[in-house]
Design a protein around this ligand. Structure first.
Ligand SMILES: Nc1nc2c(ncn2[C@@H]2O[C@H](COP(=O)(O)OP(=O)(O)OP(=O)(O)O)[C@@H](O)[C@H]2O)c(=O)[nH]1
Ligand SMILES: [Mg+2]
Length: 179
């Protein structure tokens, strides 16, 4: 999961709370900026998804590509309310999706913070991020309107991601749990 202070850790906590049985989440308003990496697991459809929730601050973005070769899907979280930083996010996004190591890997774009009234619509976010087929390349991609804070769109995001990973398992086979 990538991006910059846009709700990745909140999104992961919300996913664990909604999907993992017996998970007692941390209060979402207590989450602070991720320094380095936050690891999470989601158990669904007989699979365990291992999440690498990576810090989005500019100096931490250089660490992202260490994780590409073992990624079966990418969830890219955008703060739909932060029009000022949207351009920075788009630059980081383009750099990520054009990285050869991630080629063909399914991509989910999460237009987060839709609970904020001034947020750009999913339609606008898609126009910006999915502007160029050439950059997106040959991969499955999809977008969801979400609020990590109130939980809207989170289940749909995980469901799409699981299905996409299963559809693409021939290209990137799953790892066994002991690997
Ligand atoms: N209103 C609103 N606020 C949100 C939402 N998701 C996250 N936030 C807030 O946005 C801020 C950043 O959220 P984080 O989950 O820490 O963001 P991050 O992407 O993990 O940030 P880094 O770890 O620095 O990369 C926090 O204050 C969250 O409470 C949302 O859907 N709506
Ligand atoms: Mg974080």
């Amino acid at each position: 999961m990538f991006s910059l202070l846009y709700g990745k850790t909140t999104f992961l906590e919300q996913s664990k709370t909604q999907i993992n049985q017996h998970y007692r989440g941390v209060p979402l308003n207590k989450i602070t900026a991720t320094v380095g990496l936050n690891i999470g697991h989601i158990h669904t459809n007989g699979l365990t998804l291992n999440f690498w929730d990576l810090g989005g601050q500019t100096e931490l973005q250089t660490l992202w590509d260490k994780y590409y070769s073992e990624s079966h899907a990418v969830i890219y979280v955008v703060d739909s309310s932060d029009t000022e930083r949207l351009e920075d996010s788009k630059v980081a996004f383009d750099k990520m999706i054009t990285n050869e190591t991630l080629s063909g890997v399914p991509l989910l774009l999460v237009a987060n913070k839709q609970d904020i009234p001034e947020s750009l619509s999913l339609h606008r976010i898609k126009d910006i991020f999915f502007m160029s087929d050439e950059l997106i390349g040959r991969r499955e991609y999809y977008s969801v309107s979400a609020s990590a804070l109130n939980g809207n769109g989170v289940k749909e995001s995980i469901e799409w991601t699981v299905a996409a990973i299963q559809r693409n398992a021939v290209n990137r086979p799953p790892l066994n749990s002991d690997e």
